[in-house]
Design a protein. Structure first.
Ligand code: HSE
Length: 285
């Protein structure tokens, strides 16, 4: 029996749609694997009632297939599904690491990125690696068609999770097909600023670089209370606020000294619009 923990992640960070991702310290999924003649999956924990245990429909079943590594796989969900915090990616990443070790496949963490992304394809219809890459590699990751670039980073964040679901498929449905050159130029500038901020562990630069006028405005419309929660977090000292992944999670970047106040105000502001939420005070890392 082998046990592996893989962390929640936040993709996009506003300006890096389908490219940027970060690992968060908490929450996390824990996956246990044991060799077996055929794959069987059981799921407990956060939102487990919504996760199919059929290996043909579970992200982890796709990973077991890709590694030709049948196993009894027990998933303990810390990352709620449809949260925007890379729930399926955390399970896929943990399973990829565990099954790779269980069957001595000898793949590196980098080589496991496309393997774990197979699981993402099953859930969202496309093999995005922007959540599995940071879950496997940690820190800040930049995923392009040519591969993954990873840098270590340590930045305080609050990840606030309202009690509502937004499916990745729905959130992808509102992404515009095109953008003006002006918006593209702004977004490139912001993404570059953000990447430099990560290398300097600078919450001010990262927060500024999260601005995005192309995808984020369309998605915030799917999250009741978003504008109020964003404004409250900025008022409490957040250096930047954006939708986490496909939502409905909201990510606020900040200095350590402001973290607790930002978490409280985000919860209170959701509460004021009749939505329960919880906030993880954690770090990119
Ligand atoms: N980049 C993806 C999205 C993250 O925002 O749709 C979810 O896989």
């Amino acid at each position: 029996m082998l046990t592996v923990r893989a962390p929640a992640t936040s993709a996009n960070l506003g300006s890096g749609f389908d490219v940027f991702g970060v690992a968060l310290g908490t929450p996390a999924d824990v996956v246990r694997v044991e060799r077996a003649p055929e794959t069987r999956i059981s799921v407990i924990g956060a939102g487990s009632q919504y996760i199919p245990e059929d290996p043909n429909q579970n992200t982890v079943g796709a990973v077991a297939d890709a590694l030709d590594a049948p196993a009894h796989i027990k998933i303990d969900k810390g990352v709620r599904p449809s949260s925007g915090l890379g729930s399926s990616a955390a399970s896929a990443a943990a399973a990829a690491v565990a099954l790779n070790a269980l069957y001595d496949r000898g793949l590196s963490r980098e080589e496991l990125v496309p393997v774990a992304a197979e699981g993402e394809a099953l859930v969202s219809g496309e093999a995005h690696a922007d959540n599995v890459a940071p879950s496997l590699l940690g820190g800040f990751t930049i995923v392009t068609d040519d591969g993954v670039t990873q840098v270590d980073a340590s930045i305080p964040v609050v990840a606030c999770l309202p009690e509502m679901s937004v499916s990745t498929r729905d959130a992808r449905g509102v992404v515009p097909d095109s953008a003006t050159l002006e918006d593209v130029v702004d977004t490139v500038g912001n993404a570059a600023t953000l990447a430099v901020g990560m290398t300097r562990d600078d919450p001010a630069l990262v927060g500024r670089g999260m601005e995005d006028a192309i995808v984020t405005p369309e998605r915030t419309a799917l999250i009741d209370g978003y504008a109020q929660v964003r404004d409250a977090a900025l008022e409490a000292g957040a250096t930047g606020v954006t939708v986490s992944g496909a939502g409905p999670g909201i990510l606020a970047v900040c200095h350590r000294r402001d973290q607790a106040a930002i978490a409280s105000t985000m919860i209170d502001t959701f509460d004021a619009v009749g939505i329960e939420s919880r906030a993880y005070q954690t770090r990119i890392g």
